[in-house]
Unconditional design. Structure first.
Length: 529
């Protein structure tokens, strides 16, 4: 197992990737360190295919190989909910994706659906690529969270306000939901009372006793066959009247007849009991029995059982009582809602004061990060918004003369990096892995250098995988992976120091590793030591 940086020990770490038979790689087996891993190679060798395989293991892309296997350390991940128990949470989890007629997903050999795997691993991979606008990453929620994180870092009095607002607003939402339900009931109160009273009357006029249904079935059975049974019982009782002759005869020849007497007496008693039942049936009205049996059958069909019907009756009584009290409930809820609204609005005002006081300081930090990444200074503007659990404001991103949608891919990526640096500093809640696809493509050398410095900073907190076309990211990377072709097959390898020099020199000077390029590559790597 790899040794990982202590600062990252509780974060997610991908330690190994194995790929078998995809469109580019016949076999791939790579081990990774923490920090920044740069992936380089000539055009068309399979860099993006490698990243796609990695994302495919997490269900973020369709699997592009017969078999993908990833070893992942994620000590904070709760797998027990999914039936996967771990003695040591720092031992790697093994994600396997097998593609045959259909694609199957496994975690530690436990089969999971793709959606279940994605739910379990949600948030572990943060991807930055050319389709970034569809991800809506730079949204109001993120920007407001960053500002609030900055304020919390500056003033300890701010956090209790946020916590109090979230708690009170959640309670307010619950009460408002209950109030809407009460108002709906009140709107249809008369109709609802009529329907509940009708159902209550239907249930109350029945004898909802346990065993009543079975007793009626027995009566129906007796009534349907009482004549035949009467004849059989009468004949049997006639026979039993002369059985004393049998017992006398047995006793006369010296044999005990006690057992026979007892059995005959028991038989006689049973038959007389059944005869009494039949006589009682004579007084029953077959039509009424069948009618009641049909009604109770309907009750059982509607409610599942007599027990459930009785429970429903109790529920109806409670509902009718609540309907009688609905005006009082509405008044109580209304007063409580107004009180909570006032308290929440007061908290929003206090939170707003903090935000306005600290916005300039936060914008200065954002501007500094953007400047380091060679971007025009963005700024955030506070605007009023409908109240929610975070307050009554939203942040609008101001890009001077530009719109977010009109930024080039490179500009957007660098802007997102600026926010990532602030996330690392003030939120500290991301414990996953960053995957950056062609981060430095179409950038100038100076811009690429700025990006590499930002990634180097981020890599102290998170493991990063970055496809790179320029020398600056590989020069600061802790791990450099080269994708290359040999005998028309794509291969991948982790480079040692000498190999890194040659690859960086190739990236500088093309296929010919001229002395000046090698010398420059050595200087770049030495500067990072």
């Amino acid at each position: 197992m790899q040794d990982f940086n202590n600062a990252q020990i509780n974060n997610a770490q991908i330690t190994r990737l194995r790929v078998f038979q995809n469109a580019v790689f016949e076999k791939l087996d790579l081990e990774f360190k923490d920090g920044l891993s740069a992936i380089s190679g000539a055009s068309g060798v399979g860099k993006s295919v490698l990243i796609a395989s990695l994302l495919g293991a997490f269900g973020l892309k369709e699997s592009n190989a017969l078999n993908i296997e990833v070893e992942l350390i994620a000590p904070f991940l709760d797998t027990e909910e999914y039936g996967i128990f771990r003695e040591d949470h720092h031992e790697p989890l093994v994600i396997s994706v097998i593609k045959k007629e259909k694609t199957r997903y496994f975690l530690n050999q436990t089969s999971l659906s793709k959606n279940t795997l994605k739910a379990l691993l949600k948030g572990l991979i943060k991807r930055l690529s050319n389709d970034r606008f569809s991800q809506n990453e730079l949204n109001e929620i993120l920007m407001l969270s960053l500002l609030d994180g900055y304020i919390q870092n500056e003033n300890i009095a701010f956090s209790p306000l946020l916590d109090a607002l979230e708690k009170k607003f959640t309670y307010l939402e619950r009460l408002e939901k209950e109030m809407r339900s009460l108002e709906d009931k009140k709107r249809f109160q008369k109709d609802l009372e009529e329907r509940l009273n009708f159902e209550k009357m239907k249930l109350e006029r029945l004898d909802l006793e346990e065993g009543e249904y079975e007793r009626l079935l027995e009566q129906k059975k007796l009534l349907s066959s009482k004549e035949k049974l009467n004849d059989k019982i009468a004949l049997a009782l006639d026979v039993l009247e002369n059985t004393h002759k049998i017992t006398h005869a047995l006793e006369s020849v010296g044999h005990s007849a006690e057992f026979l007497k007892s059995a005959l007496m028991e038989a006689s008693a049973l038959l007389e009991k059944e005869q009494a039942k039949l006589e009682e049936c004579e007084r029953l009205d077959i039509e009424k029995v069948l009618e009641k049996l049909g009604i109770i059958s309907g009750i059982i069909k509607d409610y599942g059982s007599i027990t459930h019907a009785k429970e429903r009756l109790n529920h109806i009584k409670n509902e009718l009582h609540n309907l009688e009290e609905i005006d009082n409930h509405c008044e109580t809820h209304h007063k409580e809602i107004e009180r909570l609204k006032a308290e929440c609005l007061k908290l929003c005002e206090e939170i707003s004061v903090f935000r306005k006081e600290h916005l300039a300081g936060f914008n200065a930090l954002l501007s500094a990060k953007a400047k380091d990444l060679l971007l025009k200074s963005p700024s955030l503007v506070l605007e009023e918004a409908p109240m929610n659990s975070k307050g009554a404001q939203k942040l609008i991103l101001n890009l001077q003369n530009s719109q977010l949608e009109t930024l080039s891919s490179g500009e957007y990526s660098r802007l997102r990096l600026a926010f990532m640096l602030l996330e690392m500093e003030f939120l500290k809640d991301f414990k996953g892995v960053l995957v950056l696809d062609e981060m430095d493509s179409n950038l100038s050398g100076e811009e690429s250098l700025a990006v590499s410095k930002a990634l180097e900073t981020l890599s102290s907190h998170s493991q990063i995988f970055a496809i790179s076309h320029q020398v600056h990211i590989p020069a600061v990377a802790k791990n450099h992976i080269l994708i290359f072709k040999e005998n028309h097959k794509s291969l991948a390898k982790t480079l040692n120091n000498e190999e890194r020099v040659l690859e960086i020199a190739r990236m500088i000077g093309g296929s010919e590793n001229i002395e000046s390029a090698i010398s420059f590559a050595k200087e770049k790597l030495k500067a990072q030591e």
